[in-house]
Design a protein around this ligand. Structure first.
Ligand SMILES: Cc1cc2nc3c(=O)[nH]c(=O)nc-3n(C[C@H](O)[C@H](O)[C@H](O)COP(=O)(O)OP(=O)(O)OC[C@H]3O[C@@H](n4cnc5c(N)ncnc54)[C@H](O)[C@@H]3O)c2cc1C
Length: 103
């Protein structure tokens, strides 16, 4: 049996963290969700972009979730800046513009 803080009474600074790891999603995960006609129409919507742990949480002992999240930023940023340029030029961004960018 393991006990922590039992002798000193310092149990209030013990934090229990539920660790989760995701499975590699299919490259077609959005299409797969949207193919199901009964599904919520917001599921897999191209205007919802996922990055970091939201799309690929890893166990902490791999020591790479933070790096992966920053890599996601580097991948996503140019697309967001491009979309921002289009919007600033006065053209309304279509869902298709956003869909192509997120792909
Ligand atoms: C114990 C531990 C050790 C780790 N060690 C390493 C390591 O050595 N090296 C490494 O690369 N990675 C490590 N990781 C993984 C790394 O911390 C994560 O992969 C990384 O922080 C993910 O970044 P993120 O921006 O995707 O998510 P997060 O850092 O979780 O950021 C999400 C943010 O969204 C906020 N949020 C949540 N819900 C809402 C809401 N409804 N509205 C507004 N804000 C919200 C949260 O408060 C949080 O600030 C470790 C993880 C753990 C748990």
């Amino acid at each position: 049996m393991i006990s922590a803080g039992l002798m000193t009474g310092q149990t209030d600074n013990i934090v229990a963290v539920l660790l989760r790891a995701s499975k590699r999603p299919s490259k077609q995960w959005r299409e797969n969700l949207r193919r199901n006609k009964a599904a919520d129409i917001t599921e897999g919507h191209p205007r919802v972009w996922l990055m970091g742990d939201a799309i690929h949480a890893m166990q902490p002992n791999r020591g790479m979730g933070g790096n992966q999240a920053m890599q996601d930023c580097a991948d996503i940023l140019p697309e967001l800046l491009r979309l921002s340029q289009i919007a600033k030029s006065g053209r309304t961004l279509s869902t298709q513009d956003v869909s192509l960018a997120v792909k």
